[in-house]
Design a protein. Sequence first.
Length: 259
Amino acid sequence: MTTHSLTCMTLEMRGPVAVVGLHRPDKRNAINDTMIDEIHAVFSAPPKEARVIVLHGHGPHFSAGLDLSEHRDRGAFEVMMHSQTWHRAFHQVQMGGLPVVTALKGAVVGGGLELATASHVRVAEPSTFYALPEGQRGIFVGGGGSVRIARIIGAGRMTEMMLTGHAYNAQEGQAMGLSHYLVGEGEALAKAMELAERIAGNAPLSVYAAINALPRIHDMAHAEGLYTESLMAALVQTSGEARDRMRDFLEKRAPKAGS
Ligand code: 1HE
């Protein structure tokens, strides 16, 4: 198993699922430089036996975003470089090759929302709230939010969130697509595990295509998107595993869609 020496995060294997926890509960899992380095390391080299990653926060909050205590005194060039360390780390979350299911509760704010939106499936508890207090703090997003959050909720809504600092509650976040599942209090991690185990049963190449090809196709023009889709389909659909799985369905050995 890949070993990481972690101070701001936890990592444990549960079957095929790597469970990764943000672990600065005293600071509401505010993301400092060490945590960014650890996110980058863990998502770049997850344990070899992992098929899916579940991400969660220790304590009552997912994450209070950027650690403001480290950020106060940075100059312009330093802030740009710092922002790009976040881009690299969150790129590994989104495109590292393994699907990431995130369990959300409490504060999912600023950089915490940027991290959550780099993941693929999000499960929220009723305590979850989403906010972009950047305007109030006199800063801007820097962890990819202007791309990823805006893709989900629209640039207009994101502008509104940054201008007003308004917090959306769990139900509103669900309606906006910030979460995909809304569960009871204390139930997000268990639901995330259930979904992760289900995803772990999928064909790896299909999963890889879903997390790597789809967001890139989304950024393409219509014709290029369709062309890329057909290439990806050619690659995925002609794999031995695809043939086996289609045969299993046709010979009535596989579960039906929706079951
Ligand atoms: C922090 C941070 C932080 C808490 N950086 N230390 N993020 C924000 O603007 C959110 C700031 N945090 C909050 O609004 C609140 O802490 C919460 C709503 C998340 C939680 O409230 P609460 O009452 O449970 O906790 P608390 O008492 O405010 O905080 C507990 C401790 O965590 C306290 O430290 P202590 O030493 O006094 O115990 C807080 O200072 C500390 N703490 N949040 C540093 N964010 C790449 S660009 C991304 C841009 C952004 O992320 S902007 C959003 C920044």
